[in-house]
Design a protein around this ligand. Sequence first.
Ligand SMILES: [Zn+2]
Length: 361
Amino acid sequence: MAAVPASSSSSAALPTSPASGAENFRRSRILSSKLYFDVPRSKVPVIYSSSYNITFLGIEKLHPFDSSKWGRVCEFLIKAGVLRKTQIVEPLEATKDDLLVVHSESYLKSLKSSLKVSIIVEVPPVAIFPNWLVQQKVLHPFRKQVGGSILSAKLALERRWAINVGGGFHHCSAAEGGGFCVYADITLCIQFAFVRLNISRAMIIDLDAHQGNGHEKDFANDDRVYILDMYNAGIYPLDYEARRYIDQKVELVSGTNTEAYLEQLDKALEVAKINFDPELIVYNAGTDILEGDPLGRLKISPEGVAMRDEKVFRFAKERNIPLIMLTSGGYMKSSARVIADSIINLKQKNLIDLTTSPSTN
Ligand SMILES: [Zn+2]
């Protein structure tokens, strides 16, 4: 929380409080950000940059992660002929001022400790590297992905959908990172949308295998945000405080199979439909629900992932609600292929349109 001196003014015309002071700072930072820029019609709302991928002298291999899955998703799509490289939108990197929209100076300063970053990303050897290298090799890719998540909301309002082939750092709150999530991109994305896109109701549909405790804490008492979270209740982060802030909680047990999973999802979407009428959906589409994922411990087939994504896109399209998809967790070697196949399925079902006219701009 930014400390803003309370006003002693008793003027009724200018009510100021620590909260509104902080809110004013936030608004002005959002309004002066360069992360929202106009995207020509020659591009599709698929956002990605080659700098999303993390390569760190090979030590990235120590994490049970395919840390270049983002690039591989795009490669598969290009190889399948559904996307051309020139159609992809390259985002800008979130700057310190952008990050200060939700994070504190002290939190961002704490990332100047390589030890601190190593704990958040759960790769202990990162601790021994000089911070400039950690900034360049780890934090820069994440900040690019954050820029992509933020921009995706603007594109979704214009085109009805957008996919950031990255982002979805749902364990990070304004106050604290964890579980490989350094920056709170979902919170940032929604706060930017509230100020720049003139909307006031957002729904988070978090279907990563893990509970999204970061955004849950950030929107704990914010009626403008409805959170549907479906997760394995027996694994990380076991954040019972944050669970209280979920509007619609669907708790799964380890070993849940595809059929049971999709049935639960159908029911959850039916309830969400009745409970809330959003102007933007942020879909956190982690693929760590896949069978064999050592972290998610669920048993969903690749086809099940595609059906899940299809249900969420259909839910949004039928009600004409702009939707953004973030790829979030799921870093098995097979994840990239599954994500790409799911995007191809969305195209085949006419839920997304990847064609562009050779535009004049
Ligand atoms: Zn996860």
